[in-house]
Design a protein around this ligand. Structure first.
Ligand code: CTP
Ligand code: MG
Length: 240
């Protein structure tokens, strides 16, 4: 049992984006797969996992709708708070990190990835006992090339070393928070372009170079719903 003074494991589930690439009037977290909203599935997995607490990050406009149509309706009890997100994904993460007091471990997950399972979450938490950062990834199946701005090939990367990275990503809270503080400062000073930041682990790669980031194998079906095609694929995968 958790004592009230024990340090917690917190999951930050992101749902504060605009879903522009879906091109639909309704934001993607509310679209349904098997009659349930996309965001429901990952919240349910965290609810059933060993995390102590879930923070959902939502836009100001959608926070109430998420509360009523997902959190209350499906009784996701571990959610302690809805945090208002920011302009970019990393702003949304940071807003949640700032309020995650008394937190020992933190997992960060895209609410647009409904196929995450509680066993995988618990596995990440176990790996965090021996590591300060653990991420999920799958080996790249396609050949990947670097291409210049004019559309010509620069080089082919060695596929044996390439992995496609997913969420959740799991971290020692203090390590991640310090790295975030540092990068936020650099962005303010125009020392780093915010468009470079595409996941959380790379903030440690940049600001905490000595921290080893352990990669564990994820599942190819842990897709992020980004476009309409992804939703169609997700509906098929959810039937399985
Ligand atoms: N996200 C967020 N805050 C932002 C931007 C994104 O919380 N300012 C969240 C999204 O809600 C999503 C996850 O980060 O769960 C991954 O982002 P992405 O797939 O890019 O979602 P959107 O930004 O909503 O979509 P798009 O880029 O097509 O507008
Ligand atoms: Mg986005």
């Amino acid at each position: 049992m958790n004592n009230i003074n024990d340090k917690k494991t917190v999951a930050i589930v992101l749902a504060a984006g605009k879903g522009k690439r879906m091109g639909l009037p309704v934001n993607k977290q509310f679209l349904t797969i098997k009659d349930k909203p996309v965001l429901f599935y990952s919240l349910k997995a965290f609810e059933e996992s060993n995390v102590d607490e879930i923070l959902v990050v939502a836009s100001k406009e959608e926070a109430q709708k998420i509360k009523m149509e997902i959190i209350d309706k499906y009784k996701i009890d571990k959610i302690s708070n809805i945090i208002i997100g920011g302009k970019e994904r990393y702003n949304s993460v940071y807003n949640a990190l700032v309020v995650s007091t008394n937190c020992d471990k933190v997992l960060i997950h895209d609410g647009a990835r409904p196929f995450i399972k509680k066993d995988v979450i618990n596995n990440l938490l176990n790996e965090l006992l021996d590591n300060e950062a653990v991420i999920l990834a799958v080996p790249a199946k396609d050949t990947i090339k670097r291409v210049d701005v004019n559309g010509y090939v620069i080089e082919t990367l060695d596929r044996n070393q390439l992995y496609q990275v997913q969420t959740p990503q799991a971290f020692n809270y203090d390590k991640l928070k310090k790295a975030y503080d540092s990068i936020i400062e650099k962005i303010k000073l125009n020392k780093i372009s915010e468009s470079m930041i595409t996941d959380d682990a790379m903030i440690l790669e940049s600001e905490s170079k000595q921290t080893l980031i352990k990669v564990i194998l994820g599942n190819y079906n842990n897709i992020k719903i980004t476009t309409k095609e992804d939703l169609e694929i997700a509906k098929i995968l959810m039937e399985e």
